[in-house]
Design a protein around this ligand. Sequence first.
Ligand code: UDP
Length: 468
Amino acid sequence: MPTSKSGLHVLVFPFPAQGHMLPVLDFTHQLAQHGFAITILVTPKNLPILNPLLSAHSSIQTLVFPFPHHPSIPCGAENVKDIGNHGTGPIIGALSKLNDQLIQWFKAHHSPPDVILSDFFLGWTQDMAHQIGIPRIAFYTSGAFITSVFYHLWQNIESLVSKNVVNFVDLPKSPSFIWDHLPSVFRRYRKSDPDWEIVKNGMIANMSSWGSIFNTFDALEEEYLQYLKKIMGHDRIFAVGPINLMGSPDRMGPCGSSTDTNQRVVKWLDGCPDRSVLYVCFGSQKSLSEAQMEALAAGLEQSGVRFIWVVMSTAQQMAQGCRFVLDGFEDRVSGKGIVIKGWAPQVSTLSHWAVGGILCHCGWNSVLEAMVAGVKILGWPMEAEQFVNARLLVDYLGAAFRICEGVDTVPDPIELACKISQSMRKDTIEMVRARELQDKALSTIKVGGSSKKNMDRLVKELAQLQGH
Ligand code: UDP
């Protein structure tokens, strides 16, 4: 591994949502291993998420700023999981108020960072980096296809707001999406709302960042990576994923360590046949409605397929006494299924030989983790960028199933059961393609692989930035 002798100091600024923080922290782990000096900026309530990283690297400094007050964010909420996906715009708006404080911090620092690496949701840092006079790197926690879609959407927003269908004629494969399937962060845009203007301007500013890092790999999204290189007009586009495959410090969920759950799950999985278990999880922030939970519970039970179901509930649902699952469900499925309430050790569970599939919302991290594990994806895209990810996986790559779609859809349990049992068969073409993708994902981070080469290239380019 080439080690940076440059002593380059990087300020890492993650966006406070679990699905954004985990890959940024995994990547920061890589940077630290390459010898870069790192300061990582968070607000107080997000500090515990850094614990595994800080334990692995005592040299990493933290910069903790109080979460700025925002009229539509409840007191104490500092992470998207605290308020749900609709809080993304306000959280971006609130964090942008750190601009002046950060500039002051830079001025007062005896050895300030040479470069800012921030999440693509924090595009406003592009202008701040410009004011300070240092380069900024945009970190994309999702792929190149969705970034190409975003580019087109934000550039043409005025002419698109009233469209039922948006055609992306300039993009490879010229996709079209109905309005409801466009990324929610775009659909929620409201002209003249200060938060949403910050979001829009930041997304556009991302395109002129010094460099861009993607949690994807060439063999998965080559044509969209090439498209972005053309748009951005340079070669500093680094596809270094799947990032968690490069090695990451232990992951900790928002509820703390999952050691006990892990042991229980592994013990149960050890007694299941090869590739027979379906892991069901809709990411770090999506809670299903009670009607959806009931339909899913019935569908899983009737499918006859073994399963592990991770059930997430919002603080609001808990306060309202929402039942986790149907009464008696856990007893009825005992031996056939496990319900985990809260946070599951997803990466290690997927890599168990007894797991053959994942039923998920097509969140990008889950998609990559499934790919690495070689399990098939049973997709239920709901919001955010998930419909775009599903298009890539199901329609372009033929490596996944679409078994339901829509954030409010309540599937018919019998139909769902049928789709689950058919998709979990071992002889499907989707399974073959999923295995091919797994091979590609595993080889991309090895010596000679594209993500490994891109990481080495990035390290070299970064080392040259010091003092510029
Ligand atoms: N995750 C986990 N355990 C859980 C729920 C989620 O480890 O119980 C992790 C999962 O492995 C993934 C991330 O949280 O890395 C979720 O990211 P994704 O992009 O799939 O969805 P999001 O949470 O952003 O909607």
